[in-house]
Structures are given as C-alpha cells and as structure tokens.
Design a protein. Sequence first.
Length: 401
Amino acid sequence: MTFVSSGYDPENPLQDRITDIGNHYYGEFLPPVIKNNFGQWLWHEILEPGILMHKAQSGDEVYTLRCGTPRLGSVEHVREICDIADKHCDGYVRWTTRNNVEFMVDSKDKVEPLKQDLLSRKHPKGSFKFPLGGTGAGLTNIIHTQGWIHCHTPATDASGTVKVVLDELFEEFRNMRLPAQLRISMACCLNMCGAVHCSDIALLGYHRKPPLIDDEWIDSLCELPLAVAACPTGAIKPKKKTIVSERTGEEKEVKSVEINWEKCMFCGNCYTMCPSLPLADAEGDGLVIMAGGKVSNRITKPEFSKVVVAYVPNEPPRWPTLAKTVRQIVDAYSQNANKYERLGDWATRIGWEKFFEKCGLEFTHHLIDDFRDPAYYTWRQTSNFKFTEEATLDYHKQKIA
C-alpha cells in the first residue's frame, strides 16, 4: 500500500519516477562543441605535452588541456577547478579515468590564456597545482586506491607512495621523451581496486602475516559463518577455545575460529567481515612492485603484470627505497627500449632474465613466472628460466647463504 499511495504504478514502473540513484545522463554535461559533433571526429594531435587538438568533420576544433590532480582532493581544490572552468570553459570540465582533470575550449585563441592561468597557480611551497602533461610517450597520472586515509585493509598508504613516485618522475609526466606511454598504478592491498594487474609498473601493498584473532570478542562482534565464508582459500574454520578473560581473569569457553597459515594469502577479506581479525602489522606490511602489464592491444596483445620486486618496506613519509627502485626501472626502460615499445614488450624482447639485470633488481627463484600458457605462443616455447651469467652467480650466492 505504501507504493500505491506514493503514486507507484506497477504497470508503468518508470512513469514520473524521481530518484537520485546513479549518475545523470552523461550527455547533459558535454560542452556544446562536443555535443554538436558527437561521433564525427576525424583525427587528433598532441600540440605539446598536456595539450591536445581534436578535429571534427564539420571543421570544428576542440583544444584539451590535461592536468594532473590528486585522486583525493579537498573541497577547496575542487572549487578552484570549477572557478577555472567557469572563467575559461563556460563551466565545462571533466575528469579522466586516471584522475587527470581536462579543461576544453573551442578556439585556439583560448588555449594560451588558460595555459598561463593553470601554470600560475601554485601551492605555498611553489609546486604546481595544475601541472600540464600526461600525454603521448610520457608518464600518465598514477591511478591509486584509498590507502591509510580511508581503506580498512591497506598494507601501505596510497596517496603518500604515489606522491613520492610522482615527485621522482615528475619530469616524465611533463615531457614526452620515453619510448612509449608509461602507466603506473597503485593499490594498497591485493584486493587491487587500483587495477594494478595490467599496468606497465604496478605498486601493490602486501600483508605478509595472517590475521590476529581476538578470541574474547569475536563471537560478540562478528557473525562467524560470514568470516569463514569470506576466505577465498578456505583457510578459516570455526573452533571452540578455552581462554582467560582480559576483563575478569576468569577461564571460559568461547566460539572462535582458527586460521591455517599455509593457506592464508593475507588478502584481508576476513577483516572486512569481522573486525576481530585485524591484519595490519608494522613489520610485516610493505609493497610489491610488478611490471610489464598493459590493457592496450596495440602492436601486442594485453598482458598481466609480473612481480619483479617481492618486498619493499614501508618507509613513510618519503618511501626512499620505493622511489629509488621505480626510478631504476624507468631509467633502464628509457635507455634501452625501442621507440613505441611498451615496458612489457621491451622485457619480453630482451628476456625477463635480462630485464632484472638491466634494471639492477635482485632476482630470486620465487620470481620465476612458470605459467605454461605464454610459452606456447612466444618464440621461447618453454617456461624454463634461462639464467644470464650475472643472475646465475647471484642465484648460487643465495643458495650458499
């Protein structure tokens, strides 16, 4: 009766429907020049780093100025973006999937004033608020997750690590001097809501210890069947335990769980369901660096990233080891890859064994990619790891140690 009295008609469920569920139709937010030429664009070119021009069949042109922005922005920063859009772009502005903000104008005469306005806006310490770049054969803005700011299962921070890496590679964002486009992604745990499994370089927060179990409170705070069912590897099972109460000192029997450490992959799904299974650990948590992935099917097929550095410690606030290691990989790629060659294509061409050597990365047998599938459609025809002379010496030293 509630639906009927409110005007809901089951025969016409969408009639007179008013709701704020979901996004508005994207066509409402297109600039007039985009709307008028929708689906009729002929070609585009990059005029300079961060500035693109698209040409339509009608002869209309759209000039786009792409700026890097933090994924987690303040209200003041968003208001400033809106003010710029009102001043130069008739109120239109858009964000890309990699957290860039794009200002679009319909005349070349409007480009230079907008460019100078963007570059003149700086933080109190002198860094750019709206740096232009992220186009062509350069570094795109780093997409990342929530990290310590908001996520409940992070093994590392996202905003902090991304800030450090982009500080290290800032000139690669502002220029187009790399062999090809370079995409870096960051996820703060291996649930990977940052799409790090398919980026040229991927930073992944990683727990190395299984969850702790708060036996005294777990039955009061959690529904045990949900905690058990949340584990993707079946490492958790219910178990009754006899404990000594922290509050009363009395011995009592409680319903709890036990965890098979050998099966646990430290994903944090159980903590999502049950706050009495905390996973964060100052010593065990850190980062993994992966490389070689891509979504594009240009020249070669899409690829998943491979682990190339098994552990980087958490070193806030500047994560020096992480910044140094990513710089090593980017420098080796920049100096050795062919033009138009993505990072993974370069590593495949020279061999992943040589990739470790060129990048100055420590190799262990744990990093061998033993999936058979690629061996059948690559020139190698085998999943065996072909040690280089340098890698062989390092490997034997590790075995002796």
